[in-house]
Design a protein around this ligand. Sequence first.
Ligand SMILES: Nc1ncnc2c1ncn2[C@@H]1O[C@H](COP(=O)(O)OP(=O)(O)OP(=O)(O)O)[C@@H](O)[C@H]1O
Ligand SMILES: [Mg+2]
Length: 265
Amino acid sequence: MNDNHILQMKQSTGFQDSMPQENVVIYIKDLHKSFGDNHVLSGFNMKLTRGENLVVMGKSGSGKSVMIKCLVGLMEADSGYIEVMGKEVSTLSQETLDILRADIGFLFQGSALYDSMTVRENLEFPLRRHKNKLGNIVDTTPMVMEALENVGLAHAIDLMPSELSGGMKRRVALARTLILKPKVILYDEPTSGLDPITAKEIIGLMRSIQKKYNTSSLIITHDVDCARVISERMILLVDGINYAEGTYEELLKSQDPKVEAFFKK
Ligand SMILES: Nc1ncnc2c1ncn2[C@@H]1O[C@H](COP(=O)(O)OP(=O)(O)OP(=O)(O)O)[C@@H](O)[C@H]1O
Ligand SMILES: [Mg+2]
């Protein structure tokens, strides 16, 4: 497949449509975000469909985290349209945004556990924030245990983050993301800083979670191996735009130097 095909694929993904279709869970159109003269995003488009694993790759500083922060309303875009599960993010009140966020699992870059809290307390934290997800449940222990069992760490429930390895911390962070049973999970560099074997374990967990709960996943990474294993579709973020799109195999065959650069070891 040549680069014209990639361009065609990009054009055929329907960004020219003004409104997303029903099975689209995240829709970003023409997103712009600058910091002074630093034009980070300059017309980025993205669509995540239900049940899909979409990988967005871009080199360090290309704006991946900025994009994901705009997506969840942690950062305000300069312009563009962002819709998450049928709701336009920029129009939502803080309250509605909070309710929406309960359906979006966000695994932050790094693990971002609270160091002063035990594993159990870290997992209970989102439950306390999103009380509506609890219903009549008083004892949260079974929920905490289920989330920890999903990542193979039930035995670590009473440990402090300082007692965990990097890989274990990442797994606890993943469990904390899962505890609210999100419909969409956003992973920001889920394997960064991990050795290849631990990275593989995390990728394995991401896959099993997706199967078990049928979540849609947006995975931000510059780990080519992670992208190869997990992606059904990929977007390369270059120069502030969705520069190329396709499956891993399609992009791997590209002769565009900016695309090739991603796959050179
Ligand atoms: N709050 C901010 N204020 C000013 N500049 C910012 C801010 N957040 C991000 N930037 C700038 O935006 C650019 C993109 O940053 P971002 O964190 O999105 O990169 P990234 O693609 O996630 O990189 P990495 O792979 O290293 O995580 C960088 O030049 C960064 O300095
Ligand atoms: Mg980042």
